[in-house]
Design a binder for this molecule. Structure first.
Ligand code: NAD
Length: 246
């Protein structure tokens, strides 16, 4: 059987690149979709993925049209996408009293609409082919809320509502839909947090450290395995015990 094709958005980011590596190591043919970044960043990503079956494709997940073009071009050159990991995300933090409409809509457009834009154009084909794995990267802050993040918390909580509803729609067709909610993981996104705030966060994590991107990547590889077909509509927290619930 030819190897399955995985599309990872935010694919050259901190979590995205670890996810690309894990899926390629699991035998998947991987497309990393991300904004058309500076060529040095893409070259560094290619060097990091050296020897693995991982290709870069520029795309803005916030555009429905661009997502359609991306899917058509992958299908034409490699084949249809079997595994989708929605990991593209941004933060635009501000308390609600100071948040401007652009900060609100940018975060919703990329973190939440991005998942709609791809799933809407992919899920029918997955259902027809009788196989699909979709993983949405949510966040602990979508479960608990976070000061200064009404936009991000709304998008990430919304992403899990989306996951649960789509899981019901596709369950009989061999397509699973799950979310993963990372806690604080050491990536460029969290390195942007002020040093003293970061130190305070680490103190509050029961495991006593930030997570590694691989902690998330291995969870995604588990959920997207061919024999993971009985796990759907779930949210897997990977947060070092920061938020413990059932
Ligand atoms: P990151 O900033 O390293 O990576 C995010 C990637 O998304 C970047 O490569 C960026 O270029 C890309 N991106 C941004 N806008 C895009 C767009 N319009 N189209 C396509 N790509 C776009 O951050 P990360 O830590 O790797 O985060 C990955 C995901 O995990 C995000 O959804 C984030 O919200 C989520 N998350 C991260 C943490 C953490 O602690 N790092 C915690 C919880 C959730």
């Amino acid at each position: 059987m030819s190897s399955r094709i995985a599309l990872v958005t935010g694919g050259i980011g901190g979590l995205g690149s670890a996810i690309c590596r894990s899926l390629a190591q699991a035998g998947r043919k991987v497309v990393a979709a991300d904004l058309a970044a500076r060529s040095e960043r893409i070259d560094a990503f290619r060097a990091e993925m050296d020897g693995l079956d991982v290709h870069f494709a520029p795309a803005d997940v916030g555009s429905f049209e661009a997502c359609g073009e991306l899917l058509r071009s992958i299908e034409a050159t490699q084949g249809p996408v079997d595994i989708l990991v929605n990991a593209a995300g941004i933060t635009r933090d501000a308390t609600l009293r100071k948040m401007d409409p652009q900060q609100w809509s940018d975060v919703l457009r990329i973190n939440l609409d991005g998942a709609f834009n791809l799933c809407r154009q992919l899920v029918e084909g997955m259902c027809e082919r009788g196989f699909g794995r979709i993983v949405n990267i949510s966040s602990v802050n979508g479960q608990t809320g976070q000061f200064g993040q009404t936009n991000y918390a709304a998008a990430k909580a919304g992403l899990h509502g989306f996951t649960m509803a789509l899981a019901r729609e596709t369950a009989r067709k061999g397509v699973t839909v799950n979310s993963v909610s990372p806690g604080y993981i050491d990536t460029p996104m969290t390195r942007a947090i002020r040093e003293d705030v970061r130190e305070g966060i680490v103190t509050s994590i029961p495991v006593g450290r930030m997570g590694h991107p691989h902690d998330i990547a291995r969870t995604v590889a588990f959920l997207t395995a061919d024999d993971a077909g009985y796990i759907t509509g779930a949210n897997i927290p990977v947060n070092g015990g920061l938020f413990i619930s059932f």
